[in-house]
Structure formats: C-alpha cells, structure tokens
Design a binder for this molecule. Sequence first.
Ligand SMILES: *[C@@H]1O[C@H](CO)[C@@H](O)[C@H](O)[C@H]1NC(C)=O
Ligand SMILES: *[C@@H]1O[C@H](CO)[C@@H](O)[C@H](O)[C@H]1NC(C)=O
Ligand SMILES: *[C@@H]1O[C@H](CO)[C@@H](O)[C@H](O)[C@H]1NC(C)=O
Ligand SMILES: *[C@@H]1O[C@H](CO)[C@@H](O)[C@H](O)[C@H]1NC(C)=O
Length: 628
Amino acid sequence: MALISAPSVNNRFTQLFIAALLLVGIFWYIVPSSEVAKHISIPGLHSSSSPKPPPSTRPNALPPKPHHPIDHLIAEADVDLKTLLAKETHNVHDAAHAYRLRRGRQPPPHFDEWFAFAQNHSALMVEDFFDQIYTDLNPFWGVPAKQIREQANAFLHRISVRGGKTTQRTDVDERPWLNLWEDMVGSVAEWLPDVDLPINVMDESRVVVPWEEIDGYMQTELASRRVVEAAELKTEFVAAAGSLKALDDSPLLEFDPLFEGRGPYWPLAVVGCSPESPARKAYIETDFSTAPPLTGGFPEGSYEGYVSNWTLAKSPCDNAALQGLHGTFVEPISIATTKKFFPLFGGSKLPMNNEILLPPAMYWTDDPFYSGGKEHGQAWDKKRDGMIWRGAASGGRNKAENWKRFQRHRFVSMVNSTSVRTSETSGNAPQNFVLPAHNPYDLAVSPNETSFADWLSTWSNAAVVHLLCFPENPADRSHCSYTDRYFSVAHQMPMKEQYAYKYLPDIDGNSFSGRYRAFLFSTSLPIKATIYQEWHDSRLVPWRHFVPVDNTFADVYGIMEYFLGNEGMRVGGHDEVAREIAMGGKAWAEKVLRREDMQIYTFRLLLEYARLCDEERERMGWRESGVG
Ligand SMILES: *[C@@H]1O[C@H](CO)[C@@H](O)[C@H](O)[C@H]1NC(C)=O
Ligand SMILES: *[C@@H]1O[C@H](CO)[C@@H](O)[C@H](O)[C@H]1NC(C)=O
Ligand SMILES: *[C@@H]1O[C@H](CO)[C@@H](O)[C@H](O)[C@H]1NC(C)=O
Ligand SMILES: *[C@@H]1O[C@H](CO)[C@@H](O)[C@H](O)[C@H]1NC(C)=O
C-alpha cells in the first residue's frame, strides 16, 4: 500500500493531500488488488521508520460465503460466554455457595476478606475463573502437609511471607522476574498467612511427575473431599501462630529436586500424559532435519478445520505430532526437569507439567516491551487490513538440522508470499510448511495457484527480528548460514506500531508469549496459537475474546479469508465480526485481566496453598456466620 505522509502543514498542502488521497482511492478502485500487490514491498523491513497505514479501504459490498464454519463457532462461543456470565455472584454468601458446588469443600479461611478485596476492586466474580488453581493444587492433597512446607522452605529460590511482609531468597543479586513476583505477592501480603513459595526462575517449565503417580494423589484428594460441618471447622491458619519455620532459624538442608539436564525433552514430558493418550502411544521422533510432518488437512478434533476445543488443540498429550512441530520438544534452550512432586510456582506450563501457576511476571511489569505501554491502538477503521508479526526466531535452539520444525519459523514462512510463490512456480515443496494444494478449506483462490501468493501479499507482514541461529557468528549476528535464504531480518517494531494492523498473530517463543495480555488489551485482534497453560485460561472464551489457531497453522489461511475476504475473487469478508471480537476481547480484558484481577487470583491461590501446608487442612475453612 502507498505510504501517505503526515498531513497538512498549510492549506495548499492539505488540498494536495486530499487530491492525492482521491487518486489513491481511484487507483484502488480500478486496479485489481492482485496487480497492486506485486508492487508492494513489505514495510518496516529495511527501514526503522514506521509506515502510517491508510484508513481501511475495505468495501463492504461483496457478499461473504454463506454458512462458514467460523460463523457456527462464534455462535457457540456466544452461548459459552453467556453461560459463564450467568454464574456471576454478587455477595460472599453466593460466592461461597458457588465455591462449595464446584470444589466440594468449604472455602479456605479468610474467604470473606478475600471476597471483600475482590469486591473493593470491582471484580467480576465467577467461580470458574479460578479453575486453574484447583488443577494445579489438588494433587497436593495427596502428600503430607509437612512435606510441602519443608520442601518449600528449603528450596533455593523462594518468596516468603511472614507477618504480612514478603522477602525473597535466590542465588544471584538480581532476578527481575523474581522481583516482580515478590512485588505482586507483596501487594496482597497484608492479608496472607505465612507461606513459602518456591519459584521457577527459568523460562521453561520444570516438573513432570508420572501421570500414574499424580493420578494416585488425585484419588486421595477425591476421597478426602467433603464440606466440613460449620461447628467442626477450624477457621485460622496454624501457620499464623508461628508453626512455620522462622526465616532466620538455621536453614534446613537445601531441598534439591534433582533436576535432569539431558534431553530430548519429549520422552521426559510424555510421562505426564495419561497412558491412553496419543502422546504416550506415539513413536518417538529423533530426526528433525526433514520437512515437518504436515498434511495441510484439517487438524485432529477440529470443526471443519477450525479450532472447536481449545484445550484439545493446545494439548501435546492429545497431539503427538507436536513433538516435531514445536521448539519446546524439538530442542529447548535449557532443560532442567524433575519427576519429583514438590510445589514450584511459575508463569506457564504444559498440560503434562505440575507447576503451580501465578500470573506471569511479564504481565505485572510496566516495561512496554511486554505491556505495550499506555497506548492500545487507533480506532479499528483507521487500521490496515492486514496481519503483522514481529519477533525473534526463538522457540528453542534452532540449528541447521532442526530449524524447519520451529513454530515461529514455520509461521513466518507460510505467510511469506515470496516463499509461497517460489514453491508454486517451481513446483518444489516448501522447506518448512505445506501448501494445502487440494484446498480442503475451500479458499477462493486455491493455494496451488500463483494468485494465492498475490492474495497473501495484500495482507501479510511477518518477519523475524533476530535469527538466533546456532552456532552464531559473533561478528555477524544478523546472518545465519542455514536460514539466510528463507528469512530477512526486520527491525524491532514497538507494539503500539503493530497496533496499526487489525490482526496480531501470537506464537509461543521459548515458553508462552509474554505479549499476549497486551494484545488482548489492544484495539487489534489477537490470533493465538500455543501449547502453554496460563492463569487466565478459564476466563477467556475462544472466538469471543480472541481467535484460536491450531499449532500446525493449517487453518490460518482460512481464518484470514473469513475476516478479510478476497477482493480479487469478489468474496466478502467479516470485518465487522473481527472488530467485535477485538473490541469485545479488549472490554473483557479490562474487566477480568486487570492488575487487580491478578492480585485477586494470587490472594485466592495463596489462601488455598497455605491451607494445604497446614496440618489441620482436612477440617479447615471459612465459617459463614448465621450458617450451620
Ligand atoms: C474493603 O473496603 C473497606 C471499605 O473501604 C475496607 O474497610 C476494607 O478494609 C477493605 N478490605 C479489603 C480486604 O480490601
Ligand atoms: C476437549 O478436549 C479435552 C482434552 O482432550 C477433553 O478432556 C474435553 O472433554 C473436550 N471437551 C469437549 C467439550 O469435548
Ligand atoms: C489445484 O486446485 C484445483 C482447484 O482447487 C484442484 O482442482 C487441483 O486438483 C489442484 N491441483 C493440485 C496439483 O493439487
Ligand atoms: C520470504 O521468503 C523469501 C524466499 O524464501 C526470502 O528471501 C525472504 O527473506 C522472506 N521474507 C521474510 C520477511 O522473511
């Protein structure tokens, strides 16, 4: 698209500017978009100046395809969201009732203070929003409280609460994430009992206990689950009376969970999947030098090709092919994993991991690199009708013999019109993706015609900002012998400039993507692929607050055609639907993903965790006055 410089310094200029705009408009009107596309260079690639996008030129007159599967998925998501909202509670009595129904226990001691805190901060209260806490903590009912306390106290990296104040311990002077987490816990510490939180200081998740062992703990939890009679309840934490080890006592022997550092990671990770799962039964891949095992067909469990069960789509246990499609399994930067069950807090994990999730430190920071800063983007109709992605080629340690399997590389290549055109015209299969040649998604232009690359070039702008190759040439870090032919390195682009585009894909790096919260708060539409779990998972409804995409990315072309249409082929898009999801997701984030919501989650999590660390946990809980 033409670059239009900043408007009017004087009237004469304004007139010229308007004339130019008209000309551009006429040009767009008479020249088919595929013609224009050939003359467009990808903006932002070789210059640090950022282009000012022209306002959206999308004509709404073209009819979209009727009965698109995405229409159905969005309608279902509406129902899911309504069901969730119908569960809202407005007072502590109803919240406690919802708790007992969903958890089968009494709420933890001090539940009323927690509820008051939430209400003081105008929280939208739905019990389901806290589901992840129970996924993470329930197995701990299967091990003795004393064991949890002692392991937590003796672990090297930890945050502690004593008398309503936080402290931390670690092995180096400064760990930025640890500081942020201490700050987050500190913001609610005045209401917390004494606890010790062992912290994962690495990006990667660390604990994979064999599924069978966790299943045993879950059985114990289920058997111990009951709503204790009010008269029998113990309503105070023992720890509050000083039973927890004082921090200045002579330390326990350091607890070492015996982390193992040798990969590959997949065989270590699958032990956390159920014996019935596809991952446990799958052949274990060891050669990642070939093109990825993709068909371009519909992903497993999808609805006509599109994600309909987000939990399933994200799960490596259910999708064994992910062992060869994601850097986490192909070759992570670091592995330090243990099978030993102990409490370890972190920001994200795989479904087979046993960490306890806190809201990620990256979501608590003010650093605009993660938070996006104070600007959330211009109005929808001032944005470019296109997709932007900028990020490092991370995901793990990419090398000559494995880079084709990395998710960020795969994504950037498959939306690169040049790489698509090259394979179409040469007839050679692409290095690291497949074109769905038989067009299972029924796209207006079949992905085996050169006009497909033209269509891509009208909306796609994805590039890496670092190749992160291995081994790296320290004298020339912007080149990489094995990927140079396939990628150009672009400049970093601040998030607020990315918001000039309507569509924002978000793809895992070495672990979860720390930008996601900022994307949700923006006026653009996040398109999300991940294998990681986070604290907020039960608060976000796919297709209502963001657009889910499969980790194969087979569905990405279909998703983009649904939203943008294909003008050249006279197929209309769903711009208004995209705007609704973008703005609906933003409004929702402003209700349930605020800093206050992270505090409320942390407060609740630590009340539950403190109860689990308590000898009297089986009969502990909050006693509702006037009940029992
Ligand atoms: C909630 O607000 C009330 C009234 O301002 C205050 O007295 C109380 O301490 C607050 N409680 C919590 C837990 O924030
Ligand atoms: C979605 O997939 C998960 C994981 O396989 C499964 O447990 C769950 O039952 C599925 N949900 C629905 C509604 O089918
Ligand atoms: C190319 O696409 C057309 C139309 O969708 C289809 O009929 C044809 O079989 C495809 N060709 C190949 C080689 O896949
Ligand atoms: C797109 O692909 C072509 C050829 O494969 C490559 O030369 C170019 O650098 C790629 N563009 C980006 C942005 O990576």
